[in-house]
Design a protein around this ligand. Structure first.
Ligand SMILES: *[C@@H]1O[C@H](CO)[C@@H](O)[C@H](O)[C@H]1NC(C)=O
Ligand SMILES: *[C@@H]1O[C@H](CO)[C@@H](O)[C@H](O)[C@H]1NC(C)=O
Ligand SMILES: *[C@@H]1O[C@H](CO)[C@@H](O)[C@H](O)[C@H]1NC(C)=O
Ligand SMILES: *[C@@H]1O[C@H](CO)[C@@H](O)[C@H](O)[C@H]1NC(C)=O
Ligand SMILES: *[C@@H]1O[C@H](CO)[C@@H](O)[C@H](O)[C@H]1NC(C)=O
Ligand SMILES: *[C@@H]1O[C@H](CO)[C@@H](O)[C@H](O)[C@H]1NC(C)=O
Ligand SMILES: *[C@@H]1O[C@H](CO)[C@@H](O)[C@H](O)[C@H]1NC(C)=O
Ligand SMILES: *[C@@H]1O[C@H](CO)[C@@H](O)[C@H](O)[C@H]1NC(C)=O
Ligand SMILES: *[C@@H]1O[C@H](CO)[C@@H](O)[C@H](O)[C@H]1NC(C)=O
Ligand SMILES: *[C@@H]1O[C@H](CO)[C@@H](O)[C@H](O)[C@H]1NC(C)=O
Length: 820
């Protein structure tokens, strides 16, 4: 026997629980006996009618209100009925003669329970012990953890019952800063694999332990915290004076209670995930150390155990259905759960620590969402919220999206309750909110950063977002904390970091892109390849326009200036001096001026299949929105479900002559639809890596070959000239490749060419991208008009057939097979 002297005088909380208990026992004894019979009958016959009059008792599939933050797909955790549970394959084999590896621990009295009427309590503990001793399997140890002043009484009882050597008694120290000190004893002294923790007053049915062992040794349940009573939160209070409401699950339909309407008690005929277990916990000893990871010991035991195991080790709490009296967790005539439930509700209004946990959104962590596109935002303060509002709100209205928002807390200007109010007013869809509650009273940025880091890390671990969207403010410790947390998840979370002022431009794009494209937000890398020689004024105009464009947080846009042989000193000087902040800057210089194969072809060669080259002549100027056009098209047509192998690039401007003869009346295409064309735009277009590589291979072989290939249709033809562009056209024709072109009003484009009048088109200076697209977004690839080298509308089939024909013609007469 272990005894510890409590060093401090202690004062216990008084609670009305025991009084009510007795009171209700009194008045309800006969009533409850009556109901007992009825409910038993009900379980067997599955008749519901008899209970209609008791509004507060609901069968599982009756109108149990849905929790407003309950996001998990209930059908994903397949519940089992009692019979199904016992039929599950279990590795536990009952042996009659040996003890089972379980330590049964009675907490007597419960933390907040103190009854002056000790005689009454003695009788209860005696019944509890009897119930444990008459289990169909015998636990290896039985403990009672109690207060120092109870020790004599209990010893007396144990002596009377000749149990003094069978039951170990531990003293619970009263320490107001840590009411769970006894867990340390449990941690140190328990020798068995399992622990059955019981609240005082719980009288087990005699098969309880046997059932628990069976179920916890099945593959379905061996990693779950088990019990037969529990509760779910119905809401997170929106207003300070709003009360939390709980749905309580009793372990059998039994008794009588005196509940108000918003406090529901019910029974589940199948096993079920719950937010908290109550009264009985079937735990594994190896989980005890996890309970020490959570510091806030002001929490009620029920929330503390379930939350801590779930938050720190992803162990969910499950209640199991019972069947007959033998399987019940509590056979007393008046269900203990009704009192626990009422007690917790009361506690909620007074327990500030707990209220704060709930308000911050902790229950979210114990919920799960399945089969949804999980997108998480982190909003630091009220200003950021305004910038992101339209985006998160619209995303939340898209079906299959699950939106979670993390706030940084009151000290930073926006906490969860404030955000809940904003969301309510903005008629968004369902949004889960979680509050990191960063305490900014420290002046040490490291400490602050670490708070963010740990909070975000945990949330990502539990909510498992696939996409995380937040403000890109690199000097901010919040940003730094988030960035380092994300690094720990390697590439499993896509981070979309956006400068606040640029969010308005990408809002529609993010809403429009398929989820799969969004997940690839950071995949495409654009390298800018500028070709110049001796036009420093034009060059600096181009560089300035590139420099002042929007990049939406992408900071890996490399810029290479390729200076041809014969460049002037002003150009040379400018190139070596200008600053490029959006990625790396490189300058290359040729000694001999490029002739046959101009340097443009060799300027870009992909590092990998996400490495795109934007080729720019120095007489070009770009629109501040050129990058969004490129990124949007690439994500849409290359990284979504809608991707095409035939697209070889994206032009920044529309061709004048194409506009003239493309969409006459009678075509099914919207007037301003971007279109696909076989014509390559050579001076301001993005080229795709695999096709550029293929072109290099083609060119190597083609340059060795003296024969003429005429890409021709009926009238006009592209004849062989010694120009890279015409070689490229050969490849395009043979393969049926196309380039994407914008087609805005008045030829508004993302680049203009000041040297070539035919390409001198107006730049998009005002942001009209979405306004000008058909239905305000890029059409699906298959809905884009396809045109050939002559600007005539055609189909992919036709383009491909033409290529095959030409291919066959060449192959008949030459060794071209090798090339193509
Ligand atoms: C409740 O569930 C039972 C069995 O699953 C079913 O037969 C019954 O129709 C359900 N009742 C309601 C009201 O949905
Ligand atoms: C829930 O999951 C099941 C099976 O996993 C699926 O059939 C059902 O469509 C899902 N429901 C929702 C709302 O996601
Ligand atoms: C919802 O999202 C999930 C996960 O991304 C996906 O597997 C599922 O097919 C989507 N369902 C619908 C109806 O789009
Ligand atoms: C990330 O990668 C490192 C090294 O490959 C690995 O040790 C770590 O477990 C990974 N983290 C996650 C969350 O996958
Ligand atoms: C930038 O892109 C290059 C080429 O794709 C890559 O090697 C490099 O790691 C990237 N740098 C950053 C900071 O993402
Ligand atoms: C680009 O802009 C930054 C400031 O935004 C400036 O420091 C830099 O000099 C500019 N570079 C050029 C080439 O204009
Ligand atoms: C169309 O573009 C030309 C320049 O190419 C410009 O002069 C003209 O003002 C534009 N018209 C409209 C209606 O924007
Ligand atoms: C475009 O493609 C998506 C996904 O492939 C599809 O859901 C949508 O209906 C398509 N839009 C049209 C207008 O066909
Ligand atoms: C293009 O279409 C026009 C009629 O719209 C036709 O006259 C011309 O022959 C076509 N060109 C080619 C190369 O098919
Ligand atoms: C193939 O060759 C024949 C005969 O030389 C010619 O009439 C035909 O136009 C060629 N086809 C293509 C697609 O060039």
């Amino acid at each position: 026997m272990h005894r510890k002297e409590s060093s401090q005088p202690h004062k216990l909380h008084t609670s009305s629980f025991p009084r009510i208990f007795r009171y209700i026992v009194f008045i309800s004894l006969s009533l409850s006996l009556f109901f007992f019979g009825l409910f038993n009958l009900n379980i067997i016959t599955k008749h519901q009618e008899s209970f209609k009059q008791h509004d507060n008792i609901y069968g599982e599939n009756d109108s149990v209100s849905r929790t407003n933050f309950e996001t998990f797909n209930t059908s994903s955790f397949k519940g089992h009925t009692y019979i199904e549970l016992l039929q599950l394959e279990s590795s536990w084999i009952s042996t009659l003669d040996s003890n089972v590896p379980v330590t049964v621990i009675i907490i007597y009295p419960n933390n907040d329970q103190k009854d002056e009427d000790e005689e009454d309590n003695d009788r209860i503990i005696e019944k509890q012990l009897d119930a444990i001793l008459s289990q169909t399997v015998k636990p290896e140890s039985i403990w009672i953890i109690t207060l120092v002043e109870q020790v004599n009484n209990i010893n007396k009882l144990l002596q009377q019952k000749k149990l003094i050597n069978n039951v170990q008694l531990y003293i619970k120290e009263i320490d107001n800063s840590d009411p769970f000190t006894y867990l340390k004893i449990v941690l140190q002294k328990v020798q068995t694999k399992y622990i059955l923790l019981l609240n005082s007053g719980v009288i087990l049915g005699n098969q309880y332990l046997q059932n628990m062992l069976h179920i916890s040794n099945t593959k379905e349940y061996n990693d779950k915290l088990l019990g037969t009573m529990g509760m779910n939160f119905n809401n997170i209070p929106n207003e300070v004076d709003e009360i939390v409401s709980l749905t309580c699950y009793d372990d059998h339909i039994s008794s009588y209670f005196t509940y108000s309407n918003d406090n529901m008690i019910t029974y589940s005929r199948t096993s079920k995930r719950v937010d908290m277990l109550s009264n009985i916990w079937f735990l594994q000893k190896q989980w005890i150390p996890i309970l020490f990871k959570e510091n806030n010991k002001d929490l009620p035991l029920e929330f503390f155990i379930s939350f801590t195991l779930r938050y720190n080790s992803n162990i969910p709490s499950i209640i199991l259905p019972t069947f007959n009296r033998e399987s019940w967790g509590d056979v007393s005539s008046v269900s203990i759960q009704t009192f626990t439930c009422d007690d917790l509700r009361r506690k909620f209004s007074t327990n500030i620590a707990w209220t704060h946990y709930i308000e911050r959104g902790y229950p979210l962590i114990i919920k799960e969402s399945f089969n949804q596109n999980k997108i998480m935002f982190i909003l630091d303060g009220i200003n950021q919220e305004k910038y992101f509002r339209s985006l998160y709100c619209k995303l939340s209205l898209i079906s299959n999206n699950s939106i979670n928002i993390i706030t940084t807390g009151k000290d930073r200007g926006l906490d969860s309750s404030k955000l809940r109010k904003i969301i309510k007013k903005s008629s968004c869809g369902h949004i889960n909110i979680y509050d990191l509650d960063i305490q900014t009273n420290s002046f040490e940025t490291n400490i602050l950063r670490n708070q963010v880091y740990e909070g975000v890390e945990h949330i990502i671990e539990y909510l498992k977002p696939e996409i995380l969207i937040y403000a890109k403010i690199t000097k901010n410790f919040i940003y730094q904390g988030i960035s380092s947390a994300i690094k720990g998840f390697n590439n499993t979370v896509t981070s979309i970091e956006l400068p606040l002022e640029e969010i308005e431009y990408v809002t529609e794009l993010i809403i429009d892109l398929p989820f799969h494209s969004l997940k690839n937000w950071n995949e495409p890398k654009i390298q800018l390849q500028v070709i110049t020689q001796n036009r420093p004024v034009s060059l600096s105009r181009l560089i300035n326009s590139l420099n002042s464009s929007y990049y939406f947080g992408d900071d890996n846009v490399s810029l290479t200036v390729n200076i041809d042989g014969g460049a002037d000193p002003v150009t040379m000087d400018f190139c070596s001096k200008f600053l490029w902040n959006h990625g790396s800057k490189n300058v290359r210089h040729r000694i001999v001026q490029g002739k046959l194969i101009p340097m443009v072809i060799e300027s870009y060669y992909p590092n990998d299949y996400n490495d795109y080259g934007l080729l720019l002549d120095d007489d070009v100027e770009v629109s501040p929105f050129y990058y969004i056009w490129v990124k949007y098209s690439i994500l849409k047509y290359r990284y979504g479900p809608d991707k095409s192998q035939r697209l070889f690039g994206i032009s920044l401007y529309g061709q004048r002559y194409m506009e003239l003869n493309m969409f006459g009346l009678g075509t099914k295409f919207p007037n301003r639809s971007p279109y696909l064309s076989q014509v390559p735009c050579s001076w301001s277009a993005v080229y795709f890596p695999e096709i550029w590589k293929e072109f290099h291979e083609y060119l190597i072989k083609r340059l060795d070959d003296e024969r003429e290939i005429i890409v021709s249709n009926s009238k006009s033809s592209y004849k062989r000239k010694k120009s890279w562009k015409n070689y490229f056209i050969e490849l395009i024709y043979l393969r049926g490749y196309v380039m994407l072109y914008p087609n805005f009003k008045n030829l508004t484009s993302f680049s203009t060419n000041h040297a070539k009048p035919v390409f001198d088109v107006p730049l998009m200076k005002e942001f009209t991208l979405y306004d000008e697209l058909p239905n305000n977004h890029l059409p699906n690839f298959t809905e884009l008009p396809v045109t050939d080298l002559w600007g005539n509308l055609t189909t992919f089939n036709d383009l491909i057939n033409r290529g095959i024909n030409l291919h066959n013609n060449i192959s008949l007469s030459s060794s071209f097979q090798r090339i193509i």
